[in-house]
Design a protein around this ligand. Structure first.
Ligand SMILES: [Fe+2]
Ligand SMILES: [Fe+2]
Length: 277
């Protein structure tokens, strides 16, 4: 919104940046539903976060000089702080993966070179911002599912804490990049093209990182993959949440805060005693 506040009504205007310092020393390789497929699919998404979140920050920072509203500027700065600390915490799960025997650095180098060395520079700044807005919408959709259904009930507690905290903060800042895009370029087609690119790129890299991890699990067979994939689908753990999230985003009057998830985020942060910071 032009005044830097959000139309959902409930969101605090500015949210805190929390330093967490999680430990992952006791996380087993199959940390989610004892399933190779489910654990590695979640790890695969986690691999995309740190560099992806640095891209979000760059995309928004480009337009910071054009943001004059002090409230929106403060929200943008808090957004930078939250994304920075998500990247930092997720990067520490990379060490956990390496300790579990995964070789991930080659894949990460390839991902960063292709996504941010080649694709990012050919996108105009407004398209980088629009892609960021769409990816923030997808992370908010996943975060809402995670906090609504206690999605991580069957996850190792050290991973659950990381992912629920990340989910709650994604909901806290979900409208910041959107509000910046509205300020600098409110054209509908810009948002739609960003959505299409974001979806294709997210799915492509996520699938690629999942394949890379699953290939490295000794003795993991195609039959086991099919069985575990079906079990995950039966539990409602598939990508339909992302597909469903596209529908409201297509509306010309869409705003992230019209879906008020404030109580959900606050409820979790209060339960861990970190609402204020
Ligand atoms: Fe994040
Ligand atoms: Fe985010």
């Amino acid at each position: 919104m032009a005044d830097g506040t959000s139309p959902g009504g409930g969101n605090p205007v500015v949210f805190p940046v929390r330093k967490m310092g999680f430990a992952f020393s006791e996380v087993p390789r199959e940390w989610f539903f004892d399933s190779v497929f489910t654990s590695q699919t979640a790890n695969a998404l986690s691999l995309l976060f740190p560099a992806g979140e640095r891209f979000f920050v760059r995309s928004v920072k480009h337009y910071l000089p054009r943001i004059t509203n002090p409230t929106l500027r403060a929200r943008v700065r808090a957004f930078f702080g939250q994304e920075g600390s998500h990247g930092h915490e997720h990067e520490r799960t990379f060490e956990m993966l390496e300790a579990q025997g995964f070789r991930i650095r080659e894949w990460l180098d390839w991902y960063e070179r292709l996504a941010f060395g080649r694709l990012e520079p050919v996108m105009p700044p407004v398209m980088r911002l629009s892609i960021t807005v769409a990816l923030e919408h997808f992370t908010a959709a996943l975060a809402e599912v995670a906090l609504t259904r206690d999605y991580f009930e069957h996850a190792h507690p050290q991973m659950r804490r990381l992912l629920l905290w990340h989910s709650a903060e994604e909901l806290e800042h979900k409208s910041v990049a959107f509000d910046v895009l509205e300020e600098v370029d409110g054209r509908y087609w810009v948002r739609m093209v960003g959505l299409a690119i974001a979806f294709v790129v997210l799915m492509g890299f996520w699938q690629s990182s999942a394949k890379m991890l699953l290939r490295q699990v000794p003795g993991f067979t195609k039959e086991q993959l099919q069985r575990e994939r079906k079990a995950a689908k039966d539990r409602g753990q598939d990508r339909t949440a992302l597909l469903r999230a596209i529908v409201p985003y297509l509306r010309p009057g869409f705003h992230p805060d019209r879906n008020d998830t404030d109580a959900l985020a606050r409820g979790y942060l209060e339960s861990i005693g970190r609402l204020e910071g």
